[in-house]
Design a protein around this ligand. Sequence first.
Ligand code: PEP
Ligand code: MN
Length: 330
Amino acid sequence: MILELIPETPVELVEKFCVTFHCRHVHIQYKHFIVSSSKSTLDFSLISPYVKQRINTNSDLQLASLGFSPKTGFQIEDITVGNGSNMFVAAGPCSVESHEQANETALFLKSQGIRFFRAGSFKPRTSPYGFQGLEEKGLEILKTIKQEHDLLLISEAKDATNVDQVLKYADVLQIGTKAMYDQGILKAAGKSGKPVLLKRGFGSTLQEFVQAAEFILCEGNERVILCERGIRTFETATRFTLDLCGVEWLKAHTRLPVVVDPSHAMGYSYGVTGLSRASAALGVDGLLIEVHPSPYGALSDSSQQLDFDSFKKLKAQISSIANTMSVSVI
Ligand code: PEP
Ligand code: MN
């Protein structure tokens, strides 16, 4: 349950109430809310004169739910995401490897009208012997690229210890599939107030995924994007299984922008364009696509990154699909 309080509510009373009834006091854009677990039966007589509105979400999807607010989208710099009028394409290499590699990719993507550049510099690899990313040095490179090409940067933090470091450079903080359950990074991302792209844990249910987003939202950070990037099933022929049913569920139950990353789901470049077309036809709010000047030589995820020609075709195809739905591709 969510209680919206009138602005005059004494803060000490709210704090006392929250301690007594084990609920959270949340501030969002100058408004105060009390959020309680769906399982608790809240006796709010203590605070009732200050309650402006009571919202029964009937589940632990609370601040993310459509019951709390309609889907309006939000701003990331000059771009509105998640209001249904556009679909953004965030593209770039899995990892920043050098200035030349990032620059060549950015130059190409800019020529394709892309505004969001994605590239990781802290790579949470499964093997400790794989390329771990250029870390701070890579972020310095990305800062130059972002400035020179007027791009918005999406980059990943591995854990709570480097959230601030990444956000010195990035416009959007990416939380990867393996970090989705890490409450330290979720809380730090929430407190940062910066836009967050939260990837679904590959072994998590949709409910767990949205609950992870709630950890960010209840810190008062409204700008959370949900990213479906494939889940683990019994199938091993593809890297993961893209859960398009899940995408529809997220669209039907949450007010947050929903985007798809077909690159990590498929794991092979040959499937990325088809899955992007399918996602565009579902009306997702964005796509995350890995692109590299020479994919075979990439230091991470080489099998799934698209070369420039393939990306060009993908962009043209999804644009014509989006066009039929009066959605612009940015
Ligand atoms: C990535 O986007 O490069 C990445 C590592 O993604 P995921 O966390 O979904 O595997
Ligand atoms: Mn990758």
